[in-house]
Design a protein around this ligand. Structure first.
Ligand code: TRP
Length: 385
């Protein structure tokens, strides 16, 4: 392997293949260490951090504050022995119909953004889910222990099909629309996590239910076949709610028809100022953090609090004597300044023609594959396969 191939752009140089060679050495070091240690406690002390994100193209501010920023912080603060794996979960995207060229493009945009926000391929394995077939293999195995009752009570398949929350499988509309893949989405997610023996899973608040399901499924498997999977712990981001700028009672989302309802990580400073300026608020005179009654202005306060590392109360008292316009201007500048270097790196990566992104993905999937294979070996042995 050529350790010296480097790609240089935007003033930064990235090791092209050597990056992951180093990563692999680190992983293999860990594997060696585990093999040679007599107590399973020693290996259990190592953390494995895994998370996944759907290939929705360039992510929005809610994705960033709710997940990606946390991933980068965990990566940068991780101790030497911690394994880090982050995946663009393209198989999960198939639970709703996809257009192939569109999906291909969205995958690439998401992948480039993961690097642009600061995930470092020298430290983290960054890969496409569909490149590591152990995810789907374990999915099948877990589906033999996953509870139908539990799955039917979960909320995502209902919201995706726009069915009421109390819908169950007896419902004829549900039976007509529901596909097995959408229903079993949480089983594939459990497989993503468990195949890497993840101990910690940084996610947004909306994934709490899926993490609980993963723990439940791991538990069922361990109970039947022996303790193979650590029970993964959810690390929920403190940024729980970044709301739409146009309908602040709804979460910021890529599916909202109005593009001014969200900020994308690739937005220009002008875009950001325009969108914040047009954010729906109310006409009450006094600034107040009150998400239930004043969702629009509370959203801006909360976003600013996240960027400045302050509490909402602190932000409110700081801006008490300012106009709403001044607050908006400050929020917009703060976001624009923070996103500027991310946007620049993103453009350099997406326009790069040297195959750098593909190389990073290949190397990431090699690391992920070897980590997952170790689990599958144990799983198959436990099952008698
Ligand atoms: N369901 C997650 C979401 O929509 C994405 C996801 C898939 C995931 N597999 C995962 C997140 C494993 C964490 C761990 O955001």
């Amino acid at each position: 392997m050529d350790l010296k191939t480097r790609v240089v752009y935007n003033g930064q140089s990235f090791t092209k293949l050597g990056v992951s060679a180093r990563n692999r050495v680190q992983f293999e070091g860990l594997i060696q260490h585990r093999r040679s240690s007599h107590s399973t406690k020693t290996s259990a002390a190592h953390k494995t951090i895994f998370s996944g994100i759907q290939p929705t193209g360039v992510p929005h501010l809610g994705n960033y504050l709710g997940a990606l920023r946390e991933w980068v912080q965990l990566q940068n603060g991780a101790t030497e022995g911690t394994k880090l794996l982050f995946s663009v979960v393209d198989l999960h995207a198939l639970t709703v119909p996809q257009d192939a060229p569109w999906l291909r493009n969205c995958k690439k945009e998401m992948f480039a953004t993961l690097l642009a926000v600061g995930l470092d391929p020298a430290r983290s394995a960054i890969f496409y889910q569909s490149d590591v077939s152990a995810h789907t293999e374990l999915f099948w195995i877990l589906s033999t222990v996953a509870s139908m009752g539990y799955l039917s009570r979960m909320t995502q398949w209902k919201s995706k099909l726009q069915l009421p929350e109390n819908t169950n499988l007896e419902d004829s509309a549900a039976r007509a629309k529901l596909r097995l893949g959408l229903f079993s989405y949480p089983v594939l997610q459990a497989a993503d996590i468990l195949v890497h023996r993840a101990t910690h899973v940084p996610v947004g608040e909306d994934q709490r239910q899926h993490l609980e399901f993963s723990r439940n499924t791991a538990n069922s498997f361990n109970h039947l076949y022996g303790s193979i999977f650590p029970l993964p712990e959810a690390l929920i981001s403190p940024a729980k709610r970044v709301m739409s700028f146009k309908e602040p009672t709804l979460k910021m989302s890529k599916s909202h028809p109005d593009e001014r309802s969200r900020i994308l990580l690739s937005d220009t400073p002008e875009d950001i100022h325009r969108k914040i300026k047009g954010a729906l608020t109310d006409s009450e005179p006094q600034l107040k953090y009150d998400p239930d009654n004043r969702p629009g202005v509370s959203n801006l306060i909360e976003i600013l609090a996240h960027f400045e590392g302050k509490s909402c109360e602190e932000v409110v008292s700081e801006f008490q004597h300012s106009s709403l316009g001044a607050l908006k201007g400050h929020v917009a500048s703060r976001i624009a300044n923070h996103l500027q270097p991310i946007r620049e790196r993103y453009i350099a990566l997406i326009e790069n023609k040297t195959g750098y992104l593909e190389d990073v993905a290949n190397q990431g999937s090699q690391v992920a594959r070897s980590n997952a294979e170790r689990t599958m070996k144990q799983v198959k042995e436990a099952l008698g396969l």
